[in-house]
Ligand binder design. Structure first.
Ligand code: XMP
Length: 318
């Protein structure tokens, strides 16, 4: 039978054997998968692991600074690269969901490649790919009803990088990754984190992306996620976030008519993201979130809750 302890023992031994004294580059995202992959590799090869953490300007509020600090505390050899402007400039004016993903994927590769070249003599690229990532990408490129969404972080390696790929988690499901992480001593708070997509808030801002919209959505998202934590609901939810809709609607503030933005809150239960059900959050909680968001976030005058399951909806709106 599979145990996380045995997995760590075997995998660390295999990684040592496979990699020897080579240098490895790994892109950290702040998520569970890349973090566990990094700690596993660090256990096997120590300072030969060079981690790169890119800020694409589409992360949660304060995420880049907070997570970079945590990685440093974990002893990882990590470089933080703030490339926000490159991503946001490249995205300017683009409304099409798939094009937005492709732009982000493309800029990420460029930024990552620039950084990778700074690590002399690197031989390997490590990725935190897990089993469901591969399934969804394969099926998405397969049949006629094919491309559901392009998961840019699978198979997106440009040829010219010429690095060998190592994916120590590629046979694991999410719950197994978390158990491996716990065995490696990674804090529960980090392991219990909800998944967050590579393209970040870009696929939660419907329509074109501006710095102002990102800032609004970061505030809304922070209120919602902190609210879930404060109300003890965070761990009952597999993933949660907010969507900024390309809709303005009429409201009233004091005696004034307003015509402002609408956000949708989304919270789902799932095991691997392939199917999902919306979570029956308490009305009192939703009421509090709605009041806080509308009172505290200028530019938003309406909050709705998404009650769609996957399928036929998806978790992200784009
Ligand atoms: P959907 O929206 O397809 O999402 O139901 C399923 C899970 O995948 C995440 N997701 C992504 N993760 N790059 C990622 O790293 C992506 O392009 C991407 N698209 C969706 C989503 O957040 C959910 O957990």
């Amino acid at each position: 039978t599979w145990t996380p302890y045995a997995f760590v023992e075997t995998t660390v031994a295999e990684l040592k054997e496979q990699i020897g004294n080579d240098k490895v580059i790994l892109g950290l995202s702040g998520g569970v998968d890349s973090t566990v992959a990094a700690v596993l590799l660090h256990k096997a090869i120590g300072k030969h692991l060079h981690c790169i953490f890119v800020n694409n300007g589409l992360l949660r509020k304060n995420e880049f600074e907070d997570v970079l600090e945590q990685y440093k505390h974990m002893g990882l050899n990590v470089k933080g690269v703030d490339a926000s402007a490159r991503f946001l400039d490249a995205l300017a004016g683009e409304e099409d969901p798939e094009k937005k993903r492709k732009i982000i994927g493309g800029v990420f590769i460029d930024v990552f490649d620039d950084e990778a070249h700074k690590v002399e003599d690197a031989k390997w690229l490590a990725q935190g790919t897990i089993y469901p990532d591969r399934i969804e990408s394969v099926s998405a490129s397969g049949g006629p009803s094919a491309v559901i969404k392009s998961h840019h972080n699978v198979g997106g390696l440009p040829d010219y990088m010429k690095l060998k790929i190592v994916e120590p988690l590629k046979m694991l499901f999410k719950d197994e990754v978390r158990r491996v992480g716990a065995t490696l001593g990674i804090a529960d708070e980090r392991l219990g984190r909800h998944p967050f997509p590579g393209p970040g808030l870009a696929i939660r801002i419907l329509g074109d992306i501006t710095r102002e919209k990102v800032a609004i959505l970061q505030e809304v998202d922070a209120i919602f996620i902190n609210g879930l934590r404060e109300w003890g609901l965070y761990d009952d939810v597999w993933q949660a976030g907010a969507m900024l809709l390309p809709v303005h609607s009429v409201g009233v503030m004091g005696d004034e008519r307003t015509y402002e933005k609408c956000v949708a809150l989304r919270a789902v239960e799932s095991t691997d993201g392939m199917t999902a059900d919306w979570v029956n959050l308490p009305y009192e909680f939703l009421q509090k979130m709605s009041n806080d968001i509308i009172n505290k976030v200028p530019g938003v005058n309406r909050v709705v809750y998404d009650i769609s399951s996957k399928p036929p909806a998806t978790i992200e709106w784009e």
